[in-house]
Each structure stands twice: as C-alpha cells, then as structure tokens.
Design a protein around this ligand. Structure first.
Ligand SMILES: Nc1ncnc2c1ncn2[C@@H]1O[C@H](COP(=O)(O)OP(=O)(O)OP(=O)(O)O)[C@@H](O)[C@H]1O
Ligand SMILES: [Mg+2]
Length: 501
C-alpha cells in the first residue's frame, strides 16, 4: 500500500470528454467537458437538477456514461465500479458519510486494506499509520476508539482520511459543507488547501457563491445537463456565475412585508426537554420567528419537542390559547401545525413512492382513513401547482422521488407543507441544498404565507436566510436561549456574537 505521506507532485489531470448520461429516455448530461488539474480546486455549480452530482458520480464510477470518456492524462479509464475509480486514485466525499460505527477509527480509515504481519492484522502498525494520516488532516482523535458518535464534520474527515490512506489524487466533494458550521467549513477548506498544496486535484460542488469564490481556482456552471460556462475564479464575479446558472439576470428580491401581528399562535414557557432547558418565546399570527445558533445548540431539539416527536420534561406550550401537550405528531397536525424536518431523507420523504404521493401526503395525514380514496385528479393538480411554484426539475408526477436530485427532493417536502396552509409552520433548515433562484422563491412563499397570517418558526444555520426572513430571532447556545434580536438589530455579526461566545 502506498504511504499516506506520498507527494503527488507532477500528476496528470483527470478529464471528462463529451460525457453523455441518460436514464431511460431522459438525458441528464449532454456532451459535458470537465477537468480536475493537480494543485487546483475546480468548483461545479448550477441549479437543482442541473447534473452536478451525476457528473461527480460518473467520475467516481457510480454511474456509467453512455458515451464520452473519463481520462487521466491520455489514458482512457474503465470506471466500471467505485472500486475501479478508487484504484485510479479518484474518491467522492459524501455529505453524510456512513462510517462503520462498531469499528475503530483506524479500521475505518484502512477498511479493505488492513496491514498484516504473518497473516494477521498488525494492530500496532494499523494504529500508527492511522495516527499519521489523521495528523496530516490536523485531526486529533483517539484512533482506537470506535467511530460511533462522531460529528458529521469528523465523519467527513474520516472519509477523507480513508481516501488519503488509499493514495487518492482526485477528491470530489459533493455539497460537503452543507451540514457543517462556519468553523467546520473553515477547517475543511484548510484541509482542501493542504491537499492542493501537495499536488492533489479537487472538485467541489456547492450552491454557496461565497464558498465557491473563497476556495476555487476555476468554476464550471452546469445548466440542464450542459456545460453553460467555465471561468477562472479570479476573472469572474458571483453575479456573472449566477447569471450563467439561471440563464438570466437574477434578482433575489427585497421583501417588504407588512406585518400586523395579531393572535398569539404559539407560546412556549420555560420549556425543558432532551438537549435544552428553560426556553421561552412566543409567535403571533403573521410573524416569522427564527431560532439561530450553531449546529448542536439545541434548536432542532426544541422544535421536535414542540411538535411531539420528542418528549417534554417541564414547561408549557400553548397553541392559540389552549394548552398543548403533544403525545404524537398527529396531535400537533390536528392543531394546525406543520413541520418541515431538517433530515428530509429519513423524516420527510417517502422513499420508493412517486413525486405525486410525496407531495400530497399531508392530505393523507388529514384523512388517514381515506388513504387511497382521495380524488386523484384534484390532488395531481394541486401537487403540480405546488411543484411548479418551486420549479421542481422532474420528468413527471409519477417519477420515483428517489431519483430526483437532492435539492429537488427538498423542494418536494417543502412544496407539500407550503401548500397545506397550517396555522403554525415550523421549518428546519428550509433551503439547505436548494439552489439560489429556488431559495428566493421559497423565501417569497414563506413571506406570503406570513402575510396570509400563518405563524412561522424557522431554524436555519444560514445567517443570511435568517436575516432575509425573520421579524425576530432567538439565539440559542448549548441548549439555552441566550438572547433575542429584533429585525432592526439583525446582522451576521450580531447573531454570531451571541451564538458563539
Ligand atoms: N438514478 C437516477 N434515475 C433517474 N434519474 C436520475 C437519477 N439520478 C439523477 N437523475 C436525474 O438527473 C438529473 C440531475 O440530477 P443530479 O442529482 O445530478 O442534479 P444536481 O445538479 O446534483 O442537483 P442538486 O443541486 O439538487 O443536488 C435530475 O433531473 C435527476 O432527477
Ligand atoms: Mg446534487
């Protein structure tokens, strides 16, 4: 096995030539050209469904293109499996990797190629090498402990460490920063810079222009499966890149919402539960209230308890003046509450079902006994309208939701609840993974729901989103509410100061 310390200087570029990829009659990539140069970071950006993840998967041996080739230098690669891609030094780093939790960190790093001595695993050597690789990533972890309970950021670094140990030269990060805190993202960027400094080539998929401009040397924009533009980062601007993405000038829109806050819809008094204590706040009809704080501050836990997913230890919740002690989520839904969860894959989507079924599932919630007796044509019309507002890229309402791009899956979950007109709408990270123009549409929709009198509770790690949406923000730190800010006081600095001190 090659040492983790190998320098990859003088390497060859990895390039994609005229890549065409289809699923059935649907063409996902059309003659795409792309390359990863040693020592450089190449960003891939574009709207939801543009084909970014698909291109990454072709390079990682997960999808097979129908025509076109992937090359290293002049050598055409046969990427028939992820293992084949690995053997050429190509690795795709996932947003939420799944480490083997019952194995040690060392075993996770060297899985598949444990060092042996006299036919059995050489544990001393294993731990020593694992330590070396982690040191290179600036990660201080006990290599003998199990991988259970690692933060997502550390899980990603573990996957990176494993790639490094396999002498990977080409790293592709697909929206890896989405679940990370700003500090963790900074840490990851430091690692990326050290990878390019040692001659590795890096590809990074991101919707965030500030990240793209901070970390990349060049940018490829995909639109509807085609390469819409390519820029040297130093020679372009975020506005120009966004224009290439959406195919027009983009106006994020300024929301000037008249808010007449009337009835108090949600009142939370001294609430304590798993992961938080003594939380108090209230939201009136037509008001958008934000819960800000770093990942792990307890925001998601609070809304899970309010919605009846997690228990309450003490304190009181009142909905429109009536006490609310939810025993299950159906109690909350019956009171006119709706929750768009953060983890849409496990909580929000019904895998293996169509887009139509996934969009209209709230109707199903309301009329559980009528599960299969809903008027299908009205249902389809309503679903189509919701998805159209959010510009969901799909082939039809009968498409399996699993085969939508990540951002489009998020739009389906959002569309479902935005159409359901609840009294209290709770949104956890509403636009994570959603592209720039759809994000503006979602914000517009949230504002208009508030104008119609819906009380809205938003949890978001995206400070600009919090500022764009909220009338008032409560800031949480380590399970406690540490302060609140009025709309006029909202800025990235004012929120971070409270959240991080
Ligand atoms: N396994 C599959 N079967 C059918 N269609 C697929 C499959 N994988 C991807 N697609 C389709 O290919 C298109 C591009 O998807 P892809 O995941 O590459 O988009 P993306 O640019 O990564 O979007 P996002 O920003 O939402 O992650 C989408 O329309 C998607 O529905
Ligand atoms: Mg994607």
């Amino acid at each position: 096995m090659a040492s983790a310390m190998t320098k990859n200087s003088g390497g060859l570029p990895l390039s994609c030539k005229e890549i065409c990829l289809s699923f059935g009659s649907f063409q996902v990539l059309k003659d795409v050209e792309f390359s990863l140069q040693p020592g450089r970071v190449h960003a891939i950006t574009g709207e939801n469904g543009a084909g970014k993840s698909s291109l990454a998967k072709v390079m990682a041996g997960i999808y097979r293109q129908q025509s076109g080739s992937v090359l290293i230098g002049d050598e055409v690669l046969r990427l028939s499996s992820p293992k084949a891609a690995q053997s050429h030094g190509i690795a795709l780093i996932h947003q939420e990797p799944l480490p083997f939790e019952h194995l040690s960190i060392s075993e996770n790093i060297f899985c598949g190629s444990l060092p042996t001595r006299w036919g059995s695993v050489d544990w001393a050597m294993l731990h020593k090498r694992a330590q070396e690789v982690l040191l290179e990533l600036g990660l201080e972890l006990d290599v003998k402990r199990s991988a259970e309970g690692l933060s997502i950021a550390d899980q990603q670094l573990l996957e990176l460490a494993s790639a490094l140990a396999m002498d990977t030269k080409y790293f592709i990060f697909d929206e890896t920063t989405a679940p990370l805190t700003p500090k963790e993202t900074e840490g990851l960027f430091k690692v990326i810079r050290s990878l390019t400094a040692r001659g590795c080539a890096v590809g990074i998929v991101s919707h965030h222009m500030h990240e793209v401009f901070e970390i990349s040397d060049e940018i490829t924009v995909l639109r509807d499966g085609e390469k819409a533009a390519h820029y040297e980062t130093s020679e372009t601007t975020p506005a120009q890149v966004i224009r290439s993405m959406v195919g027009r000038d983009f106006d994020p829109g300024i929301h000037d919402r008249k808010s007449e806050h009337a009835e108090r819809v949600l009142d939370v008094q001294n609430l304590s539960g798993p992961g938080f204590s003594d939380i108090s706040f209230s939201i009136r009809s037509g008001e958008i209230f934000g819960l800000a704080g770093l990942v792990g501050a307890g925001r998601t836990e609070v809304i899970r308890s309010i919605f009846g997913i997690a228990p309450i230890d003490s304190g009181e919740i009142t909905i429109s003046g009536e006490q609310h002690a939810p025993k299950s989520t159906s109690d909350s839904i019956a009171r006119g509450m709706a929750l768009v969860p953060e983890d849409r894959r496990s909580d929000g989507l019904f895998a293996g079902r169509s887009v139509l079924e996934n969009t209209s599932i709230t109707t199903v919630h309301k009329h559980l006994n009528r599960l299969w007796m809903i008027d299908q044509s009205t249902e389809a019309a309503e679903a189509a309208e919701a998805l159209d507002t959010l510009n969901v890229a799909m082939r039809g309402l009968d498409q399996d939701v699993d085969t939508l791009s990540g951002g489009n899956q998020q739009k389906v979950v959002l569309g479902r609840w935005l159409m359901s007109h609840p009294k209290l709408l709770i949104l956890d990270e509403p636009t994570r993974g959603v592209d720039i123009s759809a994000k503006a549409d979602v914000h517009q929709k949230i504002h208009s729901l508030a104008e119609q009198g819906v009380a809205i509770l938003v949890v978001s790690s995206d400070l600009l989103e919090v500022i764009a949406l909220c009338d008032r923000v409560g800031v949480m730190r380590r399970g406690s509410m540490v302060g609140s800010l009025e709309r006029s006081e909202l800025s990235e600095e004012s929120i971070m100061e409270m959240a991080a001190l």
